[in-house]
Design a protein around this ligand. Structure first.
Ligand SMILES: C[S@@+](CC[C@H](N)C(=O)[O-])C[C@H]1O[C@@H](n2cnc3c(N)ncnc32)[C@H](O)[C@@H]1O
Length: 210
């Protein structure tokens, strides 16, 4: 058996990651997608918010897990990505996904203003913005809701303090490190990190205080 054989991929999502990786289309690894799928299946959220749709790969995985009773709102800033995602959603039974083509910050502001609530947030958007988005996530997440963030370890750059990384990554690293400290000691969230894919955080809103 090979390690990749452990990841069961739905028939219509097979091979997408392998096709996207050489073209540098930044979708979740099958390992991360399967993890998301399992979390959504377990937690049965009624409403999911995703930041960073790309071509809709992770949204399609979550759509299968959430079923017809649930709804996914996914946000993508890039027109070409959004177009491809729409095409991909039209290829199957993905009516439970709604795509908003806009900057996430504007959408988050608007959702908070309208007092919208979600049971599950998957943050896979711009890595330098996690810290900025956090207050919105706090507002938007229901009690007992779950926030999952991908790319938390940013190719392990966040662990390389003694070996300064390339200048172009420094702002992201600083923001990501601040986000990690904030979410780890946040009084409303209980957080843990998993070393899968590019690092993932799972934060539960509620539960025990530190
Ligand atoms: C890592 S990819 C998302 C992958 C996707 N979740 C998947 O696994 O299939 C990040 C996406 O966030 C989008 N993005 C970047 N900045 C954004 C912003 N300010 N608002 C909304 N989307 C943004 C990028 O265009 C890119 O498609």
């Amino acid at each position: 058996m090979r390690k990749e054989d452990l990841i069961v991929v739905p028939e219509d999502l097979k091979g997408i990651y392998e096709r996207c990786a050489p073209e540098h289309i930044p979708i979740a690894t099958p390992e991360m997608a399967r993890f998301l799928y399992t979390m959504v299946t377990m937690l049965k959220p009624k409403r999911i918010l995703e930041i960073g749709t790309c071509i809709g790969y992770s949204a399609r995985w979550m759509s299968k897990a959430i079923g017809k009773e649930g709804q996914i709102l996914t946000v993508e800033i890039d027109k070409e990505m959004a177009k491809q995602a729409r095409e991909n959603f039209s290829k199957g039974d993905y009516q439970n996904i709604t795509l908003i083509e806009e900057d996430a910050k504007i959408v988050l502001y608007d959702l908070v203003r309208k007092k919208e609530k979600f049971d599950f947030i998957f943050n896979d958007g711009p890595k330098g913005q996690y810290l900025t988005y956090l207050p919105y996530f706090e507002e938007l997440l229901n009690e007992k809701g779950v926030l999952i963030c991908d790319n938390m370890f940013f190719k392990d750059y966040i662990f390389t303090e003694e070996d300064p990384p390339p200048r172009k990554h420094r702002t992201i690293i600083r923001n990501m490190t601040d986000f990690i400290h904030k979410i780890s000691y946040h009084e409303d969230f209980t957080t843990t990190f998993l070393d899968i894919s590019d690092g993932v955080s799972i934060s539960y809103k509620g539960g025990s205080k530190k």
